[in-house]
Design a protein around this ligand. Sequence first.
Ligand code: SF4
Length: 375
Amino acid sequence: MSGIYIHIPFCKQACHYCDFHFSTSLRKKDELINALCQELELRKDEFQNSSVETIYFGGGTPSLLTNEELEFIIDSVYKNYKVSDTPEITLEANPDDLSKDRIIELSKSSINRLSIGIQSFFEADLKLMNRAHNANEAKECLSVATRHFDNISLDLIYGIPGSSNAQWLENIEMALSFNVPHISSYALTVEPKTALASFIKKGIINNVDDEQAHEQFHLLKAKLEASGFVHYELSNFGKEGYFSKNNSAYWQGKSYLGIGPSAHSFNGKQRGWNVSNNSKYIKAIQQNELPIEIETLTKTDQYNEYVMTGLRTIWGVSFDKVESDFSSAFKDYLIEHSKIFINQQLLYIDDGHLRVTRKGQFLCDGIASELFKIN
Ligand code: SF4
């Protein structure tokens, strides 16, 4: 199985915490769309032997593209690749782009899954993060979207300075009231060189409080699990049958093609990065060149990635897989280095798989890095 990720590098305005690649000028939108289709054609041989099961429009803000523009790109995928009969086609969308008419129009297109960037239902949080939508738009778009789409995910951010645990619980309750089958939730992180980092440095905004973020993570987990969601990846909760196929494939080490500026690709052995600059991207593609940097992963890199992604998911890290894909020396290394975390009840072994305990979950990226091999 393979997936195609398509990066749409435009946003209406810059959220204060964001360090993704995007431009707030849509001047090059047409050229960019043509370049995406051309890249799809240039790279068609990379997926000769497998069928595409997921197409994911991420960004940036893909909902800034019209339906015709999205369909034009999807047609290009179908022209150049073998696509399965029932692909999952996800559109990341922001509430301010999802009017009632737009949602109805989208529900008639090939897009069959919406991932909506709600982040919070509180006006003060949205302002602090400089989101382009307001709390009413968040609620209105969800009430319409859930009437026209069955497969919807919404994003929420926790650990926002000034947002109490009681407010966070209200946010979760509000999200649950729309009966969506999937919720992704991330801790607010302060990335260097963002407006948020600068406001914190100047004392305009309080710094994020890791302890509060930790508490809010556990409130989220308890509330969503009690409401029938499976916590299948550190930041993702889904009802049975609604796990993101695109992201699950990524976490299970399947191949994917990343199309567009700054998009990442992975073929099992190599990782690639497209240039993070719209003009340079368009120019290279127009000259039939791929603006990509490629790194070949060593066995150690592959092992480290497997441990990192495996520990974040309910599937855990399989000792048999570590032995067969890497070697018995890697397996022995993993057993030896995980002992300390097993003793601290942060990890446990179940059915030949290493997994994180409830206590270890919030710390799992740090634990994984302690299990990495250096060479
Ligand atoms: S909409 Fe998304 S990609 Fe665009 S600035 Fe905000 S967080 Fe970043």
